[in-house]
Every structure is written in C-alpha cells, then in structure tokens.
Design a protein around this ligand. Sequence first.
Ligand code: SAM
Length: 261
Amino acid sequence: MTSDQYSTTANLNKRIAIHERYSVNKVDLWQWAWQHYPFHGSPTVLEFGCGTGKFWRSESAVLSPDSRIVLSDSSEAMLEEARRNLRDLAYDFSFQVGDIDNPSFADSSFDVVLAHFMLYYARNPASALERIRSILRPGGWFGLILPSRENLTQLYDLAQSIDASFPVNDRDMLALPAEDAEGLVNTCFDKVERYVFADSLRISDVLPLIDYLQSIPVFQSHTGGRSFYQRYALAAQEIIDREGYLRVSKQTLLFVCRTGQ
Ligand SMILES: C[S@@+](CC[C@H](N)C(=O)[O-])C[C@H]1O[C@@H](n2cnc3c(N)ncnc32)[C@H](O)[C@@H]1O
C-alpha cells in the first residue's frame, strides 16, 4: 500500500501543490523548521523518508558546505527526484534506498537524524525511535515532524457527511498522530522540545480539491465510486459559494529530541 502510494512522486507532489496554493500562513513550514532546529557547524545528517528533498531546498545556508547529508527513502522514484531537485546545492549529499524499520546505519554514526511526515509508516514506531537514538552520537538530536490529530479534519468530516461508510478511524496519515508520537519520544529521548505550526487552507476551487483527495490513501481505498467524488464536489462547491472558500485547518508538530552527552 505505502509502496504503491510512493512508487512515483505524483501523489506527494499533488498534496504539496494544494498546500502551496491555498495555505493561509505565509510562513513556509520548512523555513519555520529550519528556525527551530539547532543546526550548527558541519554535522553529519541522516534523513529518513526524504521524499523529493523539499526540506533541503528551503535551507538558507545554515550549515557548512562540507556537511555530510544522507537522504534515505524506501522509494527509488523519490530519491531520483530528490537528486534532481538538490543537484545545485553545495552540500555533500548521498542518496540511499532504505526502510526506517530496518536501517543499515552503524551506532553513533550521525549528529542529526530527521523524519518528516513519515514516522507513521514505521511498522513499529517505538523500535524505530530506539534505533534512531542508537544511530545518533552522544549529544546528537532527532528532528521529528508529524501532523496533529486535528489536521485536515474538515476534509474527512465532509466525506463522512456525504457517505456514512467513509472510515472514521482509518485516517491513514493519522495512524500515528503527533500527539501519540509525543509520548514515545518522551520515553526514548533525554529532552524533548515541542513546537506547533498552525495554519489553514482556504480552498476556492473544487477541481484541485478532488485531485488532492484522490492522492490520499484513505480516499483511494474507499469504494465510493465516481458518484462519491461528484457528491463531494457538489457539497464543497455549496460551501465555497456560501462562504467564499472551504476552510480546512492544519496543525503540525515539530519535536527536537536530544540525547545526553
Ligand atoms: C508523506 S511523504 C514525506 C516526504 C518528505 N519527508 C516531506 O515531508 O516532504 C512520506 C515519505 O516516506 C517514504 N516512506 C514510506 N515508508 C517508508 C519506510 N518504511 N521507510 C523509509 N521511507 C518510507 C515515502 O516513500 C515518502 O517519500
């Protein structure tokens, strides 16, 4: 299921596009993350589930150019696009196919490990975190970003209001909401800082909305048929006609998780 979802970059890129087009908060999430991450000098960095490398595109020369950065993802297609997207950046990037459940990195081999919008794909997030902790050098830190349980709720609520069989508890991205991950990182790391990024989408066109929904796994696996999307489009259009846009709240949490010296 996850491998189908990311066998090409199309689904991820559709989702990124709607956030870029309709987000109200003018602060870029990635730049906000750079501001909170305690990067300095020339660390060795490992990112799990790097996707198309968007985080690195938004950097603003915080790190020394000789920083060694390993970008890892379970999808070859993601790594290929990340390689293309980042080829003009000065850092020493390397790209590796890899699974967060089964990482092949030695103990104490990185100063920083990152996992953005992907820990919910780990089969066992608690063991993945233990492994991340052991990959980190003493004094290293782990940057975790995940959506809150309150993220995008209006999209799912609208689906349920037009089709009661739309699953309530299977909101794919929320297999591990940030609130649940918080307990796990607090157990695994010595000190955890928590930051909240609040935003909303004001969606004023139905077509890109439907396109977006069709890129989300729980919508893809819902067998509502064509009429489901027709009814969704009508219901969304009614709201847009009445209010000017469909408002969808977004909430993202960032954790900086430190190991002791
Ligand atoms: C929602 S995307 C996030 C991509 C990127 N971190 C971002 O925030 O734009 C999830 C990424 O995790 C990757 N992924 C899924 N399961 C994985 C696993 N078990 N191990 C490593 N990467 C995985 C996917 O291929 C995809 O690139």
